[in-house]
Design a protein around this ligand. Structure first.
Ligand code: DAH
Length: 343
């Protein structure tokens, strides 16, 4: 047992052990190690101790000092959680609301596609997909686009600029190819929409990308007319833009429809008054459409005398741009979170 004058390690140890709270521990600390504490005083008076004892007393006192400090610290640690407030103990407050994880959301183009699907499905259309790598038959020939048609050329100024792959296949330039694929396997009556990615050899700018998303539509039955097309389209447009929008059909030409037309929608940005988006015309060109060409029916083994139908194709990017007021198509594919987080 170490004895430094009147101090014994055992006594101090017992004292610390029987301390009931932080206050009592502080008192013990002060009693020995405070400014006028017993150990402090012994250490201060070491010089007065006879030389032969000095080293021994110094060593023992320092040992006791370290012992007391350590014991008190340990006991305080143990006491922290008993009878002290959460703040004092540094305890976890389980009532603090948790940190919210950042939750992502769907890309504006995906949101747009889902809206298209929801509206058309409610009108009895099925959602169909087709391959992005096509061959000439599905992308062109079966759609009554013969080899000499300008849309087949890679260099033409027509809207279809096709990427050819080695071996004769190509990246589909429109979703119309799926009309053929679907009618080959399914007998009318039928109603489908085909959302999907298409590819075009374009120089990119605010309005053009070399890849974009289209929605194709096809309805075939015994006596389908343009009136059916107009009413389906009206329902779709009103629901998509959530307001009544005017539309008009303009005669046009597509090899796979006869008659063909272009569908214009009253500019949803300026409500037809004329603005930069609609090039001051008050109208926006939104899609190509028409009555399915008899040759297309023949190419899938259907008799054009028995069946009639309409088809249409529109750019999803364009609809999303108008709905969300986006002025550059390239934002969709930039992956820039500052853009994406806005939707
Ligand atoms: N496939 C045409 C394009 O990419 C759009 C189109 C026009 C689709 C008329 C149709 C249609 O179904 O009837 O420009």
């Amino acid at each position: 047992m170490i004895k430094t004058y009147k101090l014994s390690k055992k006594e101090v140890e017992n004292e610390i052990k029987s301390a009931k709270d932080l206050k009592e521990l502080d008192q013990i600390f002060n009693k020995y190690l405070g400014k006028k504490g017993e150990i402090t005083l012994i250490l201060k008076s070491l010089k007065d101790i006879p030389k032969e004892n000095r080293a021994k007393v110094g060593k023992e006192t320092n040992f006791l000092k370290n012992f007391i400090e350590r014991e008190i610290k340990e006991k305080k640690e143990k006491m922290r959680f008993v009878g002290v407030s959460a703040d004092e103990a540094g305890w976890i407050d389980i009532t603090i609301p948790g940190k919210k994880p950042t939750i992502g959301h769907l890309h504006p183009l995906t949101q747009t596609r889902r809206k298209f699907e929801e509206i058309f499905q409610s009108m009895g259309f099925s959602v169909i997909e087709g391959p992005e790598i096509e061959n000439e038959w599905y992308n062109f020939e079966a759609l009554n686009i013969p080899a000499h048609h300008p849309a087949r050329s890679t260099f033409c100024l027509s809207l279809c600029r096709t990427f050819y792959l080695k071996g004769g296949n190509l990246l589909r330039s429109h979703t119309s190819s799926v009309q053929i694929r679907y009618m080959e396997k399914h007998h009318p009556p039928l109603r489908i929409i085909v959302p999907g990615r298409v590819f075009r050899n374009e120089a990119t700018d605010a309005k053009h990308e070399f890849n974009l998303y289209q929605i194709e539509g096809l309805m075939v039955d015994k006596s389908i007319s343009i009136a059916n097309f107009k009413s389906i389209l009206r329902e779709f447009l009103d629901r998509f833009f959530q307001k009544p929008v005017k539309m008009r059909l303009r005669p046009s030409y597509f090899p796979f429809t006869e008659p063909s037309f272009e569908v214009d929608v009253e500019c949803v940005v300026c409500n037809g008054k004329g603005c930069p988006t609609c090039l001051r015309s008050g109208w926006l060109e939104m899609m190509g459409a028409g009555m399915v060409h008899p040759n297309v029916f023949k190419n899938v083994g259907l008799d054009p005398k028995d069946w009639t139908g309409f088809a249409f194709g529109m750019g999803m990017d364009r609809f999303a741009m108008l709905k969300y007021k986006i002025n550059d198509i390239r934002f969709f594919y930039s992956g820039d979170l500052r853009f994406l987080r806005q939707f």
